[in-house]
Design a protein around this ligand. Sequence first.
Ligand SMILES: NC(=O)c1ccc[n+]([C@@H]2O[C@H](COP(=O)([O-])OP(=O)(O)OC[C@H]3O[C@@H](n4cnc5c(N)ncnc54)[C@H](O)[C@@H]3O)[C@@H](O)[C@H]2O)c1
Length: 448
Amino acid sequence: MPSVLVDTCDVLKQQIESREARVGIVGMGYVGLPLALLFSNQRFRITGFDISEEKVGILNSGGSYIVRILPEEVQRANAFEFRATSDYSVMEDMDVVIICVPTPLDEYHEPDLSFVTDTVKSIAPHVHEGQLIILESTTYPGTTEQVIVPLLESGNRHGLKVSRRPDDPGFHVAFSPEREDPGNETVSREDIPKVIGGCGPDAVKLASALYGSIFKRTIPVSSPAAAEMTKLLENIYRCVNIALVNELKQLCIRMGIDIHEVIDAAKTKPFGFQAFYPGPGLGGHCIPIDPFYLSWKAKEYDFRTRFIELAGEVNIAMPYFVVDQTAAALNDVCKTIKGSKILVLGLAYKRDIDDLRESPSLTIIELLRDKGADVFYNDPYFARVGHGRHYDLNMTNTPLDDLSRYDAVLIVTDHSSYDYRAIVEQSQLVVDTRNATKGIVSPKVVHC
Ligand SMILES: NC(=O)c1ccc[n+]([C@@H]2O[C@H](COP(=O)([O-])OP(=O)(O)OC[C@H]3O[C@@H](n4cnc5c(N)ncnc54)[C@H](O)[C@@H]3O)[C@@H](O)[C@H]2O)c1
């Protein structure tokens, strides 16, 4: 009998469409866990990989460690065979592997790809024919082709290569950036189009079939590098525009103009303007970090990314500006930062989320302490804050009672659970970095 050639791409595509494909997601964090739940809702059997035994234990017992993900959502997924593990040997059973591990900067402000390379080295021995591997972690253009593919090709037991042309044997590799906006309730996850760049047409076809099952639109681009650059353009666009309004805010304060009134008026223009808002500085795992992945890579091409560097300079200086403005506000009531009791309202890097990463509140607290203030914080999302990569605070949450005992209340994060009118009424002085007290007219409020 003549042998029948089996197209592994078509097989996997059918498995995806029939929900038989097993999907492994590496990194059960803010990106990986919600993604796992989205796939599980579409009846995929998901295995979540994480090096944190604690997270693995919580997920397998139907719990959650991310505030906006309810334990019931994890339990529903568990009922559809969602399991978490730190055992990479079961990677062999996965038809698709999606990598969602951190991509921070190191102490020299350079890309730290160690989480990605450690993950890929752990996956590589288990790579098998026809498997689809997708990187979602944000990174510089070239990472997928120059770092991921060589590690997968050199590390796999079967000597397999990445498939680059239709019907090529081997495994498939793609890059598809995560575009989540935590706390944003106005756009549902499935409405956010998914950009996909593959190492070959089959990788794009398979990744499109996979993501097409949970997102309404997929956007194929010509290469992984184009997809990597797309994500960076989006984040650099935000970083630069936030820096612009942060700089204009400082000028407006000197000129006695309310920047928020100006932005509200400007955004009535029906074309050519998108509103960005000033604040106490950038936070989160993306906007303060990702642009520098490109600055670093650009040096290889003798190129300086001046917009990114200037925006970084302005945004990094914002916590210092806030502390200077707090000192000025205290000075106006004949007080100094040294010896003052200051309550910082909100630690999270933005409203209504439980994420502290790169939050400007951490720098502000350290700067205030360095100047001799007695600093307290309140944030409904953090009972205590210890130490991280760039801070060592060791503080516990202070209840919101008797605000009059603080010399100043400093609003750093405008959580919607706060009653700002009551806060202004009870406080001696309120320094507002977020325009949270908009519409409250009081000589006690200082905007900065
Ligand atoms: N958080 C966001 O809103 C957001 C949005 C868009 C893109 N991103 C990007 O997505 C990526 C992941 O971000 P995140 O916010 O989910 O990070 P996170 O820190 O919340 O989660 C990462 C998880 O990966 C795990 N991990 C680390 N190394 C591992 C390994 N070798 N094997 C298995 N697990 C490992 C960690 O324990 C952690 O649970 C980053 O590149 C980030 O820039 C994040």
